[in-house]
Design a protein around this ligand. Structure first.
Ligand code: UDP
Ligand code: MG
Length: 320
């Protein structure tokens, strides 16, 4: 049997040369007081600065450091996914490289895990040194997500979290492309709890989440957990058709009441509305089917087994 690793720390890295030495130092400091063996898995997401060389030098001097170099930038969520795929630990912690999530919080997460929780996510009670715009958009996004989706994605949590091996094994079953990891983590269930922390300023460097990447993440979050956007056409089409019907009746009664002839212009307007409404409803119906196709294509597991009893392989959830 190969060496058992207690904790895997997954750290996505994109152009973080300024922070890496400090990140490494702080992670070592924290993990060496964690009572257990650990590995630090750095996922270099196609950095174009000196990140790769710096990480390679860590890996050369330290057996606990593992490095995954991507061939190009694939994005934060995919970097996390790769880290989870390679992690061997009994518990896996995902944390940003920029020290905005204080590594010391990992120790509290580990305590909760020892109490029996399988997912411990960090909940930001305060965000330091981030622009008003960032805080506003983030807060708006989390609330929008809550309204739109059926699963319960906790408000104000990022990807900073600890997951038991069982949860990580479950997440490995998801191979969908446009992924929103925190949504998937909620989706899989298990015993979840939070620890609160103050989100710090970036240690150095700029945010690597451009507005474009942020919008993509938000859109992935909503579209991978909700089919509501597909239903918008129906919601618009039904009232439009009804409205045209009402208008038609009004004009008809006016005509029958003997007030003038049936006005051709209003008829054209009414027909226009009606046809528009019917087209929208038809689009909405197509949307329903596309929604179902989308559900199937994602190929998510139907259920995740937490544990079984009475079968040959007892106890743990059977994923292999
Ligand atoms: N990151 C990544 N790939 C990307 C963008 C970001 O791996 O395409 C990493 C980045 O190095 C950091 C983490 O993801 O460790 C979070 O990014 P960042 O701190 O820039 O986001 P913010 O905290 O501003 O939301
Ligand atoms: Mg950050």
């Amino acid at each position: 049997m190969e060496d058992r690793v207690d904790f895997s720390v997954v750290i996505p890295v994109y152009n973080e040369e300024e922070v890496l030495p400090e990140t490494y130092r702080r992670m070592k400091e924290v993990m060496s007081s964690a009572r257990g063996s650990y590995e630090l898995i750095f996922v270099n997401d196609g950095s174009r600065d000196k990140s790769q060389e710096i990480l390679e030098s860590f890996a050369r001097g330290d057996e606990a450091v593992k490095l995954i170099n991507f061939s190009r930038n694939f994005g934060h969520q995919v970097a996390i996914t790769a880290g989870l795929d390679y992690a061997k630990g009994q518990a896996v912690i995902v944390i940003d490289a920029d020290l905005q999530d204080p590594p010391e919080v990992i120790l509290t997460m580990i305590e909760k895990w020892r109490e029996g929780y399988e997912v411990v996510y960090g909940k930001r009670v305060k965000r330091e040194g981030e622009s008003f715009f960032k805080k506003f958009t983030a807060s708006f996004f989390y609330r929008l997500l809550k309204r739109f989706t059926t699963i319960d994605i906790p408000v104000d949590t990022g990807d900073f979290r600890l997951m038991d091996k069982k949860v990580v094994d479950a997440l490995r079953l998801f191979r969908e492309k446009n992924r929103f990891m925190r949504g998937l983590v909620s989706w899989v269930g298990f015993r979840q709890t939070s620890v609160e922390y103050v989100r710090e300023k970036r240690w150095a460097g700029e945010t690597k989440y451009s507005l474009r990447k942020m919008l993509k993440l938000a859109w992935d979050g909503i579209t991978s957990f909700s089919d509501k956007p597909l239903k918008i056409a129906t919601y618009a089409g039904i009232p439009l058709s009804l409205f045209s019907l009402v208008l038609f009746l009004v004009v008809l009664f006016q005509y029958l009441g003997g007030r003038g002839t049936f006005p051709a212009t209003s008829l054209i307007g009414i027909l226009n509305l009606l046809v528009g409404g019917i087209i929208l409803i038809a689009l909405g119906i197509m949307g329903e089917y596309i929604g179902r196709i989308y559900e199937e294509v994602k190929g998510r597991p139907l259920y995740i087994v937490e544990s079984t009893m009475g079968f040959e392989k007892e106890g743990e959830g059977d994923f292999d």
